[in-house]
Design a protein around this ligand. Structure first.
Ligand code: SF4
Length: 319
């Protein structure tokens, strides 16, 4: 059986697990290529207009796969933590795809609740049944897939750069070089290393999220807020860049929560959709880079929540 895996949404998080699991069951895996203009244009054409860019990109990947495999894995992530959810778009992903794209092969659409090992194993048993009836083989493949996943180390630490910027936002925007217009390399060329939330201890992220007056309902909100607050509080970065999807409801709330928490710490929001122009994007990056460097020169140290550690004043205000 040839199974297609779309290189979109949370692919960069789970691909080690999914690929190992399905290959161990005997399936042949076809992964769609990296996003390019053709995939984006196809996704925009097929998907409903008011969906966010990552959903449109995902539609483009599914469309690329539809004539190249016997079944397509559509991971309908519902929850990865108790009493938290991913995003309403993920819950309706299968319906969106199957109503927007004609002549699809079979969809492997088992909902994913990965709140603990047992619930993830339930997903593995149901998904494995698309390929084999051998329950022992499924159990063995599941164990191997977990080990492979544990070995994969996503994320960027910004090591080797004198200036560092926290890069907060959806992993599918951060990992897709076409969608984010090669943001990480552009930052590096400006002498800035990107630090992503994957390199932060989960316990620290949770502790920051715990300070919110209301428990986050969306896991993405917990992660992004917790990571941004940790980076600022620990002085890990000189500024924060939030890579946001236009029309994402979660982003619109998290951005305000972060702004409220970090005060005048350098913070820039870059919004992405299919109309985002590269020239304006580059100009904003250069301006942010200049501001970070100037601020550090004036304050002669790492800003802490936008304040000089020595005197408590804002370096920019003093300037
Ligand atoms: S979290 Fe936001 S960007 Fe991600 S799929 Fe949902 S609406 Fe789109």
């Amino acid at each position: 059986m040839k199974i297609g895996i779309p290189r979109g949404l949370l692919y960069s998080k789970y691909h080690a697990f999914a690929k190992t699991f399905l290959e161990e069951l005997g399936a042949e895996i076809v992964v769609s290529p990296e996003t390019g203009k053709q995939i984006l244009d196809e996704g925009v054409r097929l998907c409903v207009d008011d969906a966010c860019l990552p959903m449109k990109v995902f539609h483009g990947h599914v469309s690329w796969l539809k004539t190249r495999c016997d079944a397509i894995l559509i991971p309908r992530f519902i929850g990865i933590r108790e009493k938290e959810y991913i995003c309403p778009m993920f819950c309706g992903l299968v319906e969106m795809v199957s109503n927007s794209i004609a002549d699809l092969p079979r969809l492997i659409d088992t909902p994913v609740y990965s709140t603990d090992r047992d619930r993830l194993y339930e997903w593995a048993k149901k998904t494995g049944a698309f390929v084999t009836r051998d329950e022992n083989l499924i159990a063995e493949a599941f164990g191997k897939a977990l080990s492979e996943q544990a070995r994969s180390k996503p994320g960027f630490s910004g090591d080797g750069y004198a200036y560092k910027a926290g890069l907060i936002g959806h992993i599918y925007n951060i990992s897709d070089r076409f969608v984010n217009m090669d943001l990480i390399n552009k930052l590096n060329a400006l002498g800035i290393g990107a630090v992503t939330s994957d390199v932060i201890d989960r316990a620290e992220i949770d502790a920051e999220a715990q300070r919110l007056y209301k428990k986050p309902f969306w896991s993405f909100a917990r992660d992004y807020y917790g990571a941004a607050a940790t980076m600022c509080r620990a002085g890990m970065v000189h500024g924060i860049i939030y890579l946001s999807s236009f029309s994402c409801g979660i982003d619109s709330v998290v951005i305000e929560l972060i702004k409220n928490e970090i005060g005048d710490f350098p913070f820039m929001v870059l919004k992405l959709d299919e109309h985002t122009g590269e020239a304006g994007f580059n100009t904003r990056l250069e301006a942010f880079s200049d501001m970070l460097k100037r601020r550090i020169e004036i304050g002669n140290h790492l800003p802490s929540y936008g304040k000089c550690r020595a005197c408590g004043e804002s370096p920019l205000r003093r300037a």
